[in-house]
Design a protein around this ligand. Structure first.
Ligand code: HEC
Length: 161
């Protein structure tokens, strides 16, 4: 029994090596992995969360027209294909990704903290997805009613002390 364990372990290692892209590598494959593990599809790909993590190639990272409303107003997860295209090059996208700011619930600080190789890979993956498509609806300031459906992220109701 014990003798078979190392064999199984090395088989598992071979399987892993053939599917996972390595950290530090710059490739479309690594970018695809980063987009999943960093959570970008969660908000930027229509249908991803609802389907339990299936990526519709036609919708991947094209943004979502469902709003997020809170004290900041109503925001829409941007079309990242257009953002990559507008940046125009991998180097420009790297500078942008290290510095941009955005309203909630966008965790822009997580993107700032990414390794350079992950950001470069993400750019290559986004560009590989094909035609850029259209912009998502415009940001709506607080107090104005959005024209789309939206999710309300309200401050919690605290019990009275
Ligand atoms: C919890 C949902 C959520 C997650 C997770 C998320 N985003 Fe966003 N993202 C948004 C929303 C909403 C906006 C629009 C914010 C605004 O209008 O200011 C946005 C905007 C952006 C923008 C555009 C900012 C601009 O200049 O207009 C970029 C770039 C971006 N996200 C990249 C990413 C990347 C890369 C990931 C994965 C690491 C990611 N986002 C994960 C919700 C999310």
């Amino acid at each position: 029994m014990k003798g078979s364990v190392p064999g199984l372990v090395s088989l598992a290692a071979v399987a892993l090596a053939s599917t996972a892209a390595g950290a530090g590598e710059v490739s479309v494959k690594r970018g695809a992995q980063v987009a999943v593990t960093a959570g970008c599809h969660d908000c930027h790909t229509a249908g991803y969360s609802e389907s339990g993590g299936k990526i519709d190639p036609a919708a991947a990272l094209k943004g979502v027209g469902l709003g997020w409303q809170g004290p900041w107003g109503t925001t829409y997860a941007a079309n990242l294909r257009l953002i990559a295209k507008e940046n125009g090059s991998e180097d420009a996208f790297l500078t942008y990704a290290k510095n941009f700011q955005a309203r909630p619930p966008m965790p822009f600080f997580n993107v700032h903290a990414m390794d350079e190789s992950d950001i470069r890979s993400l750019y290559q993956y986004i560009v590989s997805l094909g035609e850029a498509g259209d912009h998502v609806p415009e940001y709506v300031p607080p107090g104005e009613e959005p024209k789309t459906p939206y999710i309300v992220i309200a401050p919690p109701i605290m019990p009275k002390g």
